[in-house]
Ligand binder design. Sequence first.
Ligand code: AMP
Length: 286
Amino acid sequence: MRVVRSIADLRALLRPLREQGHRIGFVPTMGFLHEGHGALIRQSAARCDATVVSIFVNPTQFGPSEDLASYPRDLERDQNLCLEAGTTVLFLPEVAEIYPTGFQTHVEPGSLAEALCGQFRPGHFRGVATVVAKLFNMVQPDLAFFGQKDYQQTAVIRRMARDLNLPVDVVVVPTIREADGLALSSRNIYLDEEARPRALTLSVGLMAAKAAFDNGERDGAQLLALARQPMTAADSIQYLDLVDAQSLEPIQGRVDRTAALCVAAFVGTTRLIDNVLLTPSTTEGN
Ligand code: AMP
């Protein structure tokens, strides 16, 4: 595994690989890696000839009152995980490398960025779309891997790649969870013994709704009520929404197409997100 810090070094390393016809996979991250990131890297390593992982805590996707300064970091552990999961090139740029003085051009996502987290994190997806577009241009990957855990992010990035004709296939990898169902997240480190069981109620609620859906429940309000029940243990639910899996528009009434049930909540001062997909069987309605 090669570790590079500059865009010039990254390009110099990747150019010959591309010229030899190697398929390049890319996994953008903010570090403090866990097995969720590990799954993305492993999938890239399995499907591509070379895998680039970036670790960059992107300041432009954090709001003024968010946890940019305290975002957890452990570079040594991250390097070991990257190596073990099959990374070829680890890209560790500084902020000035990505946003040099005078930087002023952004990618502005559309309505997909306004639902769900967009209501509570103004500018977040603009920051995400901008940095991912820049990283795509630096790495020029054939495939890029993103986690379903950040469902809205996958929708925004997919749309951006299409709208801007970026020659990359966006691959979405299912959410990796602890044995009890809690979605792995770098921010889980903030959860103490008292908070962790309350954090678990998010996945418990989502899974209860999914189980009901799989047993035939199609009433959106009923599914939302089932999901919400255990979540009362969280400190505040920012949103719990049932949306069309493509457009992210709210589903009213009956769930007759693939839906995403998405939640964001605070447990103490820690903001957590999670989601499940509800997919009607293909024979339904026939
Ligand atoms: P982050 O470092 O939080 O920006 O995440 C980097 C990538 O890892 C994003 O595509 C996330 O969606 C993905 N990711 C984070 N947590 C998980 C998880 N539990 N399962 C699968 N992918 C994840």
